[in-house]
Design a protein around this ligand. Structure first.
Ligand SMILES: Nc1nc2c(ncn2[C@@H]2O[C@H](COP(=O)(O)OP(=O)(O)O)[C@@H](O)[C@H]2O)c(=O)[nH]1
Ligand SMILES: [Mg+2]
Length: 427
């Protein structure tokens, strides 16, 4: 499962972790690779488009810190976005009513009957009863009977029409003390009106607690379309995606949530009764990204992300002080966007190219007291001489830095918000 993505991400990761700094060029290149990776895993193209767009916005605002490689920040952002697209919080199937009814819906061969057995096994403490509603295919009923036997579950069927069989099963459940009724409905090769009418009727008469579509993950985008169509025509509470053990790409699992807009409860990963896994967006994202320690990465990057947001707002309003400027300057070596920005400011172009200049500015600011950094306007002649001495520079250098700072501040006050809106980020 997800082998295609896991392999591709290994390559992408190696590349991205090698980035010394991240400019628009690297971001563009990375997103292009990522796009191809997702498409080749059969992720729905609309989902890919949204994924890339959202991610671009986040990457352009990436916080910078010396202790974290830019590539790590990128991967953390990808991870967050992936969790988001997979549904963020895990959807839990928890039968509460007594008896509760789980109604399994889906086309033929998707794995309904198999999944019915898996659910019976999963919820064995509720003494489930499996109910065969497929009157068209006697073999289907026989298959469920055998699976019920294997799962040690009750079994019920009759020759009545499907809605009647289900109602009879409710009575049977009450009689034998079963707290969970699992309906294995008829499947078809295609979604047709007759099937939809039957399913809607079952829904209205029995009011199942969960109406769940079972789709075959190996059919990729077909599975996603089925979920969407059944949801539109019948109304669903969630999905089970089966046969993901056989699908190396896993595009259905990644797209379904955001295309069909229903949660994924479980994935089927084999033919045995216990080959059913709860669907945890964060664990899936971790599996795909191959980051065993993705949690550590997130813990490491999260505070930074929050802090960067604060600085970003300060800068945008032109409210930054020399302390902020210092941290921004430290980032310059790594970051492209600030170069672009700085180059636009009259008299600031020099700061862009000269790395030695950066070192000097750093030394100057380091020689200031915290109060001076926060309120550069208090720096008078004698303070300038002291700072120059402390940093091994000349008073002219101090004057020039302060002039640049006040210019930048004025500039940002006037244009900061606009620049941010246009996606030019200074940090
Ligand atoms: N590998 C694998 N096979 C599955 C899975 N779920 C179902 N199958 C197989 O898919 C086939 C069709 O399943 P079945 O439950 O009869 O589908 P139904 O027509 O929807 O009831 C059977 O051969 C199952 O053993 C799964 O998660 N993984
Ligand atoms: Mg079946």
């Amino acid at each position: 499962m997800f082998e295609t993505l896991i392999d591709q991400f290994q390559i992408l990761k190696r590349k991205v972790l090698g980035y010394g700094r991240v400019t628009k060029k690297e971001i563009d290149e990375f997103l292009k690779d990522l796009r191809i990776t997702l498409l080749s895993a059969d992720v729905n193209y609309k989902v890919v488009k949204r994924f890339i767009n959202d991610l671009r916005g986040k990457l352009e605002g990436l916080p910078i810190d010396r202790s974290i490689r830019p590539g790590e920040m990128i991967l953390a952002a990808v991870y967050r976005e992936l969790v988001e697209i997979l549904g963020k919080e895990p959807a839990k199937l928890t039968p509460k009513r007594s008896p509760s009814i789980i109604n399994l819906i889906g086309l033929q061969g998707t794995g309904k009957t198999t999944s019915a057995g898996k659910l019976a096994h999963q919820f064995r403490s509720l003494q489930p009863i499996l109910v065969a509603l497929d009157n068209k295919r006697p073999a289907a009923k026989e298959q469920l009977r055998r699976i019920a036997q294997r799962a040690n579950a009750h079994f019920y069927t009759s020759d009545s029409d499907p809605v009647m069989i289900a109602s009879e099963a409710v009575k049977e459940a009450e009689r034998i003390g079963s707290k969970l009724i699992i309906l294995d409905t008829a499947g078809r090769l295609h979604i047709d009106d007759e099937l939809v009418i039957e399913l809607v009727e079952i829904k209205e008469k029995l009011k199942p607690e969960y109406n769940i579509i079972v789709v075959d993950g190996m059919t990729g985008q077909d599975a996603v379309i089925q979920a969407k169509t059944f949801h539109e025509r019948v109304g669903l509470d969630g999905a089970i995606i089966t046969k993901l053990d056989g699908d190396a790409r896993g595009g259905a699992a990644i797209s379904l949530r955001s295309v069909a807009r229903i949660p994924i409860y479980y994935i089927g990963v084999g033919e045995r009764l216990d080959d059913l896994e709860a669907f945890y967006p964060d664990r899936i994202a971790q599996r795909i990204l191959g980051l065993g320690d993705v949690r550590t990465l997130i813990e490491k990057t999260e505070p930074l992300r929050a802090e960067a947001e604060v600085v970003r707002k300060k800068v945008a309003k032109g409210e930054f002080d020399l302390e902020d400027l210092l941290s921004q300057l430290k980032a310059i070596k790594r970051l492209g966007p600030i170069r672009n920005l700085v180059a636009m400011i009259p008299g600031m172009a020099k700061m862009d190219v000269d790395e030695k200049e950066l070192v000097r500015i750093e030394a100057i600011i380091n020689s200031m007291t915290p109060k001076e950094r926060r309120h550069p306007e208090i720096i008078d002649g004698s303070r300038k001489r002291r700072i120059a001495k402390g940093s091994g520079t000349r008073v002219e250098d101090i004057n020039q830095l302060l002039k640049q700072y006040f210019q930048l501040k004025k500039f940002m006050k006037r244009h900061g918000r606009d620049l941010m809106r246009r996606g030019i980020v200074i940090r």
